[in-house]
Design a protein around this ligand. Structure first.
Ligand SMILES: NC(=O)c1ccc[n+]([C@@H]2O[C@H](COP(=O)([O-])OP(=O)(O)OC[C@H]3O[C@@H](n4cnc5c(N)ncnc54)[C@H](OP(=O)(O)O)[C@@H]3O)[C@@H](O)[C@H]2O)c1
Length: 252
């Protein structure tokens, strides 16, 4: 007898779904029965993802969205309410690196862009989606941070500040919903084989980086109705053997 898929008929919204980690989350959720609203700017990539989800028997809705378009984000809540009346899962994976340079060289536009996309857009998502997450019997929100939030690296200023702010944002929200059915957590995925990472470290050996699908599989339990964590920051650590295997196969 087959068991009921973990996310059967859950409504999930994933930002950054066109590539990398967001795409991996969208596929993983759809594979386990969720109807996934896939958000990003790249229409072609979202259509390809939609095809892939349908091919595995899943359900998706494409929502082309620029996280810089504040008014569009503000409309998300009402739009989703009209269609589904609730939201069970939010995975906020959309983000950018920005340029890596000394703080005095960062232009005002570059600073604003990173803060708008990595931080303010997530506050707007919380603001418009909070009523819908509360209408779910077990609303779950996951925000994607990075080790650079510590501020321990030179030249990563806007990205580091945006992720530090995101961590404060998500933890604050977790406190605010502590007495509701909504749980809010943070994921530090570690170095992954994605476009964002390649932009920061173009020359590195990609075989040593985690596959985003392994990271999504690791974090998926936080999104289930049975999960109890709230206000937690979880770190993905690749299994030691698989990292060594990947490195060995790369040397072969
Ligand atoms: N890769 C790593 O090693 C690493 C490590 C730590 C944390 N992270 C975090 O993990 C998350 C996912 O990153 P990734 O590595 O998967 O990056 P990625 O492959 O570059 O994907 C980034 C995603 O964000 C979307 N995005 C970028 N700008 C957007 C905008 N203005 N409006 C809407 N969507 C936008 C992109 O879609 P479109 O371009 O189609 O809009 C894309 O789907 C990010 O928050 C990142 O900071 C990554």
């Amino acid at each position: 007898m087959s068991s009921r898929p973990r996310f059967k008929d859950r409504i999930a919204l994933v930002t950054g779904a066109s590539r990398g980690l967001g795409r991996a989350f969208a596929l993983a959720l759809a594979r386990e029965g969720a109807h996934v609203v896939v958000c990003a700017r790249s229409a072609g990539a979202l259509e390809d993802l939609d095809d892939e989800i349908r091919a595995i028997g899943g359900k998706a809705t494409i929502l082309k969205l620029d996280l810089k378009a504040a008014d569009r984000i503000d409309q998300l809540g009402p739009v989703l309410f009209q269609r589904w009346g609730k939201l069970d899962i939010l995975v906020a994976a959309g983000g950018i690196l920005g340029s890596l340079s000394p703080l005095p060289h960062v232009t005002a536009d570059a600073w604003q862009q990173v803060l708008d996309i990595n931080l303010s857009a997530n506050w707007r998502l919380i603001r418009t989606l909070d009523p819908l997450l509360k209408r779910s019997d077990a609303g779950r929100a996951l925000f994607v941070t990075a080790a650079e939030a510590s501020g321990d690296l030179a030249y990563w200023g806007p990205y580091a500040v945006s992720k530090a702010g995101l961590e404060a944002l998500a933890k604050t929200y977790a406190h605010e919903v502590a007495n509701t059915g909504v749980h809010v957590n943070l994921l530090d995925p570690g170095p992954m084989r994605t476009g964002l990472r390649a932009k920061a470290f173009p020359g590195e050996d990609k075989a040593k980086l985690s596959d985003p699908s392994a990271v999504a599989a690791f974090a998926l339990p936080l999104l289930s109705a049975a999960a109890t964590d709230n206000g937690t920051l979880v770190h993905f650590e690749p299994p030691a053997e698989s990292a060594a295997q990947l490195a060995a196969s790369n040397d072969a």
